[in-house]
Design a protein around this ligand. Structure first.
Ligand SMILES: *Cc1c(COP(=O)(O)O)cnc(C)c1O
Length: 373
């Protein structure tokens, strides 16, 4: 039996998501201690989790024979309070990727299409095509009217067809680190037909401190077709637990919650996320470490005449001036894991997450060895 014959057409067009190489795997391959490996490949928080999140998980652990609270009441109440929205506007997910999947399963399907940008987050085509919908990919900016590789919202609007029900905007985008401004996004939402949902993916929201970067939540009252997604995986340091959420019109949330599996967020994740949300000092430490690390990496790479895409996230994507695959492999042999992005149509770039000051230095030293500087 050739199971590809059974498979829906759109899925045949997908390639599996390539995650960052796990530390343990490289340690085994190199015969090294895992502690010697520096992983800057998945935009994780180099501080580790908030101590408050760890303590909350310890308190929740003895109860793990019970199902979690499927409504996520307590976390939603805390989020609503913090964000100034109503709990009925929030949909919790097993990571925000789960929320993106819920959106696709609720609003997409055969005979429908979704729009996103070239070089955009790789999860969008997976969610779209796995439900049989079509991906309509808009060209990214070429540098003449917006940041190179960044979303061109005009081009994205141009891709909206009669059968389009969802547009995905990553702000900032991964792997480019580029963002769309308050003005540009506001104009886009104004021009988008009201029957098309705009999903603004703000996975790195807490890291951005650029003045013309929008907080999309402010627009929810004005644009009922807006869905904002955020996550605890990045600045909140809980990537391994898988918690994310959408904020939307309550009617949209009610539909998403029909599709959501009843216990999609586990009990430890619910407890840890709520505790992390209350740890403002941890968040500030994370932001400061990232600001300093990003500036260090940017200037170190520029000093080596390597062009970086200006980033507002917790990672930087750099043109290594040659095919990036062998540079990635060379870095692995030095015990440093970064992320090749050829699958995003960027074969000469590597994406490097901002680590601790020490990790960033180890990366630059390893890069010098590999590039033969
Ligand atoms: C990391 C990331 C996410 C978050 O994924 P989770 O499932 O919440 O871990 C979402 N969108 C983008 C663009 C990302 O880079």
């Amino acid at each position: 039996m050739d199971f590809k014959m059974l498979c829906v057409q759109a899925v045949l067009g997908l390639t599996p998501y390539q995650p960052g190489k796990p530390v343990e795997e490289l340690a085994r391959e190199l015969g090294l201690d895992a502690e010697k490996i520096v992983k800057l490949a998945s935009n994780e928080n180099p501080l580790g989790p908030s101590p408050r999140a760890l303590a909350a998980m310890e308190r929740a652990l003895p109860d793990c024979a019970r199902y979690p609270d499927g409504s996520g009441f307590s976390l939603k109440r805390a989020l609503a309070g913090k964000l100034g929205v109503k709990p009925e506007q929030i949909t919790l997910g097993n990571g925000s990727n789960d929320v993106l999947d819920l959106i696709a399963r609720t609003f997409l399907g055969p005979d429908r299409s979704a729009v996103f940008s070239e070089h955009a987050f790789a999860v969008y085509p997976i969610s779209v095509q796995s439900v049989g919908a079509e991906s309509r990919v808009a060209k990214a900016h070429d540098g003449s009217r917006g940041p190179s590789y960044g979303h061109d919202l005009g081009a994205m609007l141009g891709q909206v067809a009669d059968d389009t029900t969802v547009v995905f905007i990553a702000n900032p985008n991964n792997p480019t680190g580029t963002y769309v401004t308050t003005k540009a996004l506001g104009d886009f939402l104004e021009a988008l037909p009201p029957q098309v949902l705009a999903v603004v993916d703000e996975a790195y929201f807490e890291y951005v401190d650029t003045e013309d970067y929008p907080d999309s939540l402010q627009w929810l009252d004005r644009f009922p077709n807006l869905i904002v997604t955020r996550t605890f995986s990045k600045a909140y340091g809980l990537a391994g637990l898988r918690v994310g959420y959408a904020v939307s019109h309550p009617d949209v949330a009610e539909l998403l919650n029909r599709v959501r599996q009843p216990f999609n967020v586990n009990a430890l994740a619910l407890a840890a996320a709520e505790a992390a949300l209350g740890d403002e000092a941890y968040l500030q430490r994370s932001r400061r470490l990232n600001r300093e690390g990003l500036a260090f990496l940017q200037s170190a790479l520029q000093a080596r005449r390597l062009e970086c895409i200006p980033s507002v996230g917790n990672f930087i994507t750099v043109d290594v001036g040659r095919e990036a695959g062998p540079v990635f492999e060379g870095l692995l042999r030095q015990g440093v894991i970064v992320r090749p992005v050829a699958n995003y149509g960027m074969p000469r770039h590597l994406r490097v997450s901002v680590g601790t000051a020490e990790e960033n230095t180890v990366f630059i030293q390893a890069l010098d060895k590999v590039l033969g500087c």
